[in-house]
Ligand binder design. Structure first.
Ligand code: BGC
Length: 753
């Protein structure tokens, strides 16, 4: 091993451009086979077991396990000395010296926290999302981490679900693109290079469809929908070279994902040829028994191993029972070998055999300011301006003499970071209140009242003071929403209004008659129907992370224009869920003249007068804010949409273009979106599907042509036979600034036969 190590050093010193010879697939396969050949069954099962090492040192039981080769990976150890000690025992004191994978949930940053993933999705910026993951990886490697459990790419169309915060939203295309960007950011161009960590696409699969948005609940997803929606981001991540996948906690069509052979074998291995590592979710193998799929841990180990779970995350079903199952002949040694090969392959790809230890001083350094700048840019581009009546925003520091900053989330450094921030440094957080002070405090009298202890508070004693200050100020900025603890894993809500007495606070402040701006910080889309008319302008900032404050202040005072676009539909009422832009037409589609409202029903009229279409009597059929929506301080005009050809053949590409003009007075970014509809197909298709997007910056008065190439494969879908196909026929395509754009053209795919 030492000789190979020196050889490698020599090679890299000779020329940085020569590819690492140990990293070519054939060499890796040879090394995997050689190593497997030396392993005992116990050592193989050891590789399949991941242990929680959150003690932060090497307790005796763990050290003994490492020496005996009973541990393949550890999770939750973030002290570099502890990691190095665990690696040292594994590498130097175990028989075969196999290094450890060291896993941690680095979800949207490590020390420096980017916006929650849903907020990052609102940037619609591939490069920025990639850079956010890169920064997170560069920070995480200094602690010895070589594996993150991200990106979470469960399609999420239910804002009640707390984990929508961790997702990239409702759209297949947006999730695909940003999943690929995140994988590239975490893994770099070579997993073995210092600064790269293995990514983990999770949770395979369908977790976002939990019934009523209740975390861990059952999912029932017809195979055609699984394939056309939920599986697609995973396929994109696999094609992008994601090193690992994690199973979901949930039951999928009667078989929990962790024991689901259809997903893990048929789709993932047989159809997609994935040769990376599949890890269970936390203890989810033993939970197969709780689901009622098995009688005991031994049967759970059998189901998970048979289905194709390579490694058990925190649990002992594998370590306690796999050997017995092999001895009984119920699990073949070859299937154990396949699982262990998947694990070893990941370790070789990570270069762990050559470089098991972490020396923070030898790692690539992060340029001064890069992490905070990325966090600020990401926050800036993630904020969505939902409403801006009469040009209320931006505020002008020259014209204001005083501003009231009110609300429980104006100065909450921890809360603005969002869910899953185990290692986030709250000391780095700059809150909106502080940022507004530093930006305009010299010219404007900034008066802060928290008004509520937290977002859930029902104590309104401080409202009088807040109203008084608001009444005395030229404008009020209300910082409302939900704390980080109200979203994330196991933090689902059935009511997604602003919690506590926040709506009452808005009503009271409204009465002052002064301009009211609401800035909402939250981990999910909220139903804002009861407050949206009470405010003049509204920014939706998600949980914006470390640099949320400066980003929000810059937007409020017009240093930069808002440019975020919604990655998920905002319902009017919770009962509309699931509501998403890519729905089907139905046989009775609603339209403004074919709906009625419950308050206007004439009880004497015949029933048919109620529209007889697919709508709710009390909510209509439209959302409060559509997918892709987001306003700017300038205006963008779209015109002259056209296809490069009105007819194309299978395998061809058509270019759809439109002209975009910045018709306002300020330079700003716009996220241009392309949607398509397959009008007639052998299975029903959505009324619109996102097929492209570009973020472009335009100076005032500037016009650009924005063009998207659409290959016929980009229009493919799974049909009745569960095979991917593109069918000939007519397609409508739209370009615009939201999913509601009406600027349309069409083309046909003609069958050459
Ligand atoms: C979550 C995973 C996470 C794991 C490890 C589980 O409860 O579902 O997403 O990666 O814990 O922390």
């Amino acid at each position: 091993m030492m000789v190979a190590f020196c050889g490698l050093l020599l090679m890299t010193n000779m020329s940085a451009s020569i590819a690492n010879p140990l990293n070519d697939p054939e060499t890796i396969e040879r090394r995997v086979t050689e190593l497997l050949g030396q392993m005992t069954l116990a050592e193989k099962i050891g590789q399949m077991s991941q242990h929680n090492a959150s003690e932060g040192y090497a307790p005796d039981y763990l050290a003994d396990g490492l020496r005996a080769g009973r541990v393949g990976s550890v999770i939750n150890v973030v002290d570099v000395d502890a990691v190095n000690e665990l690696q040292r025992i594994a590498v130097e004191e175990s028989r075969l010296g196999i290094p450890l994978m060291v896993g941690r949930d680095v979800i949207h940053g490590f020390e420096t926290i980017m916006p929650i993933p849903l907020g990052q999705a609102a940037t619609w910026n591939r490069e920025l999302v990639k850079e956010g993951a890169r920064v997170a990886a560069l920070e995480a490697v200094t602690a010895g981490i070589n594996w993150t459990f991200a990106p979470m790419i469960d399609i999420s169309r239910d804002a009640r679900w707390g984990r929508i915060a961790e997702s990239l939203g409702e759209s297949v295309f947006l999730t695909n693109e940003l999943a690929v960007a995140m994988v590239a950011g975490f893994q770099g161009d070579d997993l073995a290079k210092p600064g790269s960590i293995a990514a983990c696409a999770k949770h395979f699969a369908g977790y976002g469809a939990v019934e009523s948005g209740r975390d861990y609940a059952t999912t029932n997803i017809p195979e055609i929908k699984l394939r056309n929606v939920h599986l697609r981001p995973f396929k994109a991540a696999v094609d992008a070279g994601v090193a690992t996948l994690m199973t979901s906690f949930s039951d999928v069509n009667g078989v929990p994902a962790t024991g689901n052979e259809f997903l893990l074998r048929q789709v993932l291995r047989d159809e997609w040829n994935f040769d990376g590592l599949v890890v269970s979710d936390w203890d989810s193998i033993r939970q197969l028994q709780v689901h009622g799929l098995t009688e005991n841990d031994k049967e759970s180990a059998f189901e998970a191993a048979t289905a194709g779970v390579d490694m058990e995350m925190h649990g002992d079903a594998y370590s306690n029972h796999l050997a017995e199952l092999v001895e009984e002949g119920r699990i073949s040694i070859s299937s154990i070998d396949t699982a262990v090969a998947n694990i070893l392959r990941a370790k070789f790809r990570l270069g762990l055999f050559e470089n098991p230890f972490t020396n923070p001083e030898k790692l690539p350094s992060i340029a001064n300011g890069r992490a905070l700048e990325t966090a600020q840019q990401a926050a800036l581009q993630s904020v969505v301006m939902l409403k801006n009546d009469h040009g209320t925003l931006p505020l002008s520091a020259e014209q204001l003499s005083s501003v009231a900053v009110i609300g429980p989330l104006a100065d909450a450094p921890y809360q603005q970071l969002g869910t899953w921030i185990f290692d986030g440094d709250v000391e780095l957080s700059i809150t909106p209140m502080h940022a507004i002070h530093s930006l305009v405090g010299r010219d404007v009298d900034v008066r802060y009242v928290r008004a509520m202890e937290n977002s859930r508070s029902r104590v309104s004693e401080a409202f009088d003071e807040a109203v008084e200050i608001a009444g005395d100020s030229d404008a009020t900025i209300l910082f409302l929403g939900e704390e980080s603890i109200l979203s994330g894993e196991a933090h689902s809500r059935a009511d997604i209004n602003l919690p506590g007495d926040q709506a009452e606070l808005v009503r009271r402040i409204r009465e002052t008659g002064k301009p009211v701006i609401a800035v909402i910080l939250a981990g999910r889309p909220l139903t804002l129907t009861n407050i949206v008319d009470q405010v003049d302008a509204m920014l939706f900032a998600w949980h914006p992370g470390t640099m949320g404050g400066p980003a929000i202040a810059d937007l409020l005072f017009g240093i930069e224009s808002p440019s975020g676009k919604l990655p998920a539909t905002f319902p009017r009422m919770v009962g509309q869920i699931p509501i998403y832009y890519s729905q089907k037409n139905t046989g009775k589609p609603p339209s403004p003249d074919k709906i009625a409202h419950i308050d206007e029903i004439d009880t004497r009229a015949p029933q048919t007068s109620l529209g007889m279409t697919a709508f709710h009597l009390d909510a209509g059929y439209t959302p409060l804010f559509a997918f892709g929506h987001g306003l700017s301080y300038t205006t963008f005009d779209y015109e002259h949409i056209r296809p490069s050809a009105y007819e194309i053949g299978p395998g061809d590409t058509v270019t759809i273009s439109a002209e975009l003009t910045n018709s306002g007075d300020v330079a700003a970014d716009e996220v241009v979106q392309l949607y398509a509809r397959d009008l007639v197909a052998t299975v029903t298709r959505p009324v619109r599907e996102l097929k492209g997007f570009k973020r472009v910056r335009l100076e005032p008065g500037q016009t650009v042509t924005v063009a998207f190439d659409l290959h016929t494969n980009d229009l493919a879908f799974y049909g009745r036979d569960m095979r991917l196909r593109t069918e000939p026929g007519e397609f409508h395509v739209w370009i615009g600034g939201s999913s509601e754009t009406e600027l349309r053209t069409e083309f046909r795919i003609v069958d050459n036969d």
